[in-house]
Design a protein around this ligand. Structure first.
Ligand code: FPP
Ligand code: MG
Length: 334
């Protein structure tokens, strides 16, 4: 299959195919978690695990792990990937409760299906199992990196909540929030990939930086998709950020570019964002200041930094694939 280089989904599905065996093993590790769970949890986990995401984090981990000189141990890679994907899933289950979102991965969110109390506990179970996946990993770095990533996700999410509705949010604080809630896990996936590839500490650090830049770009694009900018076949609801008081990069650019009167008008609209017709009005005003384009350019800068580092990885088909994945990311529509 030759991927359409301008279509992220097509490039990503090519990348997944390149590491398909490894991802299948990962799937088995994940499904075994469901099978081993007690009754009452097992069925819910099976249902949750069937709603597969894009597997971006585990695909990146596999590509990096395979870009080294020696073939990595497939069992270690599968358990590390399962740890990363389960941590991601646990955070999404909890995030959907926090955001009050009804749809995820094209289906009902866990709390919509089972109620908030059960969904909190299912998220807790998935988090615990994520850590268990790497408990026997021979490099002590891997569980430490995964646990650190969980801490950063939680800190990022708390920072975001602390700044909910903060119309004076700074660019610096926005960076800290997305660094925690999104970049940290891609940073961790890339670092673990580097460890399993047998890279030196310096090379693994570079992998982590690469994952972090990719993660920041990924979240900026995600924030743009929430406004409907560039969205195509979106498998989750739009305009949830504004309705939840989340101030993201496009709005920060708007506040930077507008005058006092425009700011006051926008602040009023943002407070009414859950009312019908208001998001469209907000988007119209923001479009006039070209803030979506500015945010996209910012995402592209981070992708360029990620690409610069990717070029330093050992040459070969897996590194080429990482380059393709990064190059196409800003075109993703869901
Ligand atoms: C999605 O962001 C949210 C995250 C990527 C992180 C959520 C983190 C937590 C809830 C804390 C960590 C929890 C555990 C169990 C470790 P978003 O709401 O902007 O994106 P979305 O549109 O996909 O919901
Ligand atoms: Mg959310």
């Amino acid at each position: 299959m030759v991927p359409n280089k301008d279509d992220f989904q097509s490039v990503l599905s090519h990348s997944r195919q390149l590491v398909a065996e490894q991802l299948e093993l990962t799937e088995k590790v994940i499904m075994d978690v469901a099978k081993a769970a007690p009754a009452g949890i097992a069925e819910r986990l099976e249902s949750l695990f069937q709603r597969k995401g894009k597997r971006i984090r585990s695909t990146l981990l596999c590509l990096i792990a395979k870009s080294g000189e020696t073939e990595p141990d497939s069992n270690r890679v599968a358990h590390a990937c399962a740890g990363i994907e389960l941590l991601h899933l646990a955070s999404l289950v909890h995030d959907d409760i926090i955001d009050g979102t009804d749809i995820r991965r094209g289906q009902k969110t866990a709390h919509k299906e089972w109620g908030t109390q059960v969904a909190v506990l299912i998220g807790d179970y998935v988090l615990s199992q994520a850590m268990r996946c790497v408990i026997n990993e021979e490099s002590r770095d891997v569980p430490v990196v995964l646990s650190d990533a969980a801490d950063k996700l939680i800190s990022g999410e708390i920072l975001e909540l602390d700044h909910s509705g903060d119309m004076n949010l700074s660019f610096e604080m926005y960076d800290r929030i997305i660094d925690g809630k999104t970049a940290a896990l891609l940073d961790a996936a890339a670092r673990i990939g580097g460890v399993l590839a047998g890279f030196t500490k310096e090379q693994a650090d570079l992998c982590a930086q690469m994952g972090s830049h990719f993660g920041i770009a990924f979240q900026i694009v995600d924030d743009l998709l929430d406004y409907g900018f560039g969205s195509k076949d979106l498998d989750k609801a739009k305009f949830t950020d504004l309705s939840n008081g989340l101030i993201t990069l496009p709005l920060l650019y708007y506040f930077e570019a507008c005058n006092a009167e425009e700011r006051s008008e926008m602040e009023t609209l943002v407070k009414q964002a859950s009312e019908a017709g208001v998001p469209e009005k907000i988007i119209e005003l923001m479009n006039a200041k070209e803030v979506f384009k500015k945010a996209k350019a910012c995402a592209q800068q981070h992708l360029e930094k990620a690409l610069e580092i990717a070029q330093t990885l050992p040459a070969g088909q897996f590194t080429d694939e990482i380059v393709q994945m990064f190059s196409a990311m800003d075109s993703r529509g869901n």
